[in-house]
Design a protein around this ligand. Structure first.
Ligand SMILES: Nc1ncnc2c1ncn2[C@@H]1O[C@H](COP(=O)(O)OP(=O)(O)O)[C@@H](O)[C@H]1O
Ligand SMILES: [Mg+2]
Length: 236
């Protein structure tokens, strides 16, 4: 069963910037897909379309059996709330709220999560001792883990991460990867944009975007895990 299908998806910004051209892609339920490609190739645009934050100019997006490219704003809000967990490179935490309050507020401010539930989510990402800290009192890796706790609060079927380790050092990258590996092992579907071959190496499949087109799909990704760890991005 496919969790996600993009069929002939194109995105035009204004009248002259075409960010995606006729993208076709399928992601099976439980699959981990890595998306790579140079800066400006359309990766974030694709994540915004999949994450129901924007609609394609043409083509369709079928998420868990529902055509979100045809949905109303209310439909898209419901899909984001019920099915999607989003993790960005920039942390998007509210600076004057503690880690616990940020998780309680939930993403898209769709609901207030109970304090006990938010605390449990932070414990799951190893932050049980940091719940009353403000974002400014947390390291980059800890802030990213607060974002992950927030994204996972509603047990989303589909987790979308756009360069989630782009601002992290190797130790924190490993911590985030451990969380993703755990999510994968428990059946979540993951789509992770990354410049890092190491991060991509853990995916089941890799799609490469160039100039808004999928130019390569490799199953599994052509990278090896740590040990033969190559830290340098293949895109420099
Ligand atoms: N809101 C926007 N308005 C106009 N052009 C945009 C917008 N967002 C992205 N673009 C352009 O679309 C292309 C793809 O951008 P993006 O999806 O952010 O790529 P990536 O995430 O791979 O770096 C780029 O040429 C970018 O400048
Ligand atoms: Mg991007």
């Amino acid at each position: 069963m496919n969790m996600l299908e993009l069929k002939g998806v194109s995105v035009l910004y204004g009248s002259d910037v075409q960010a995606l051209y006729n993208v076709n892609l399928e992601v099976k339920a439980g699959q981990w897909l890595a998306i790579m490609g140079p800066s400006g190739s359309g990766k974030t645009t694709m994540m915004n379309i999949i994450g129901c934050m924007a609609k394609p100019t043409s083509g369709s997006v079928i998420l868990d059996g529902q055509d979100t490219s045809k949905g109303s704003e209310a439909d898209l809000t419901a899909v984001r709330r019920d099915k999607i967990g989003l993790i960005f490179q920039q942390f998007h935490l509210v600076s004057y709220l503690t880690a616990l309050e940020n998780v309680m507020l939930a993403q898209y401010y769709h609901s207030m999560v109970g304090e006990a539930e938010a605390f449990a989510a932070l414990e799951r990402v190893g932050l049980g001792a940091r719940v009353h800290h403000l974002p400014s009192q947390l390291s980059g890796g800890e802030q990213q883990r607060v974002c992950i706790a927030r994204a996972l609060i509603n047990y989303p079927k589909l987790i979308l991460a756009d360069e989630p380790t782009g601002n992290l050092d190797e130790t924190n990258e490993d911590l985030v990867m451990d969380i993703f590996k755990h999510l994968h092992s428990t059946g979540s579907t993951l789509v992770v944009v990354t410049h890092s071959p190491e991060v991509a190496s853990y995916a089941d499949r890799m799609a490469v975007l160039e100039h808004g087109r999928v130019v390569e799909v490799t199953d599994p990704p052509p990278f090896e895990h740590k040990g033969s760890r190559r830290r340098r991005s293949i895109y420099g």
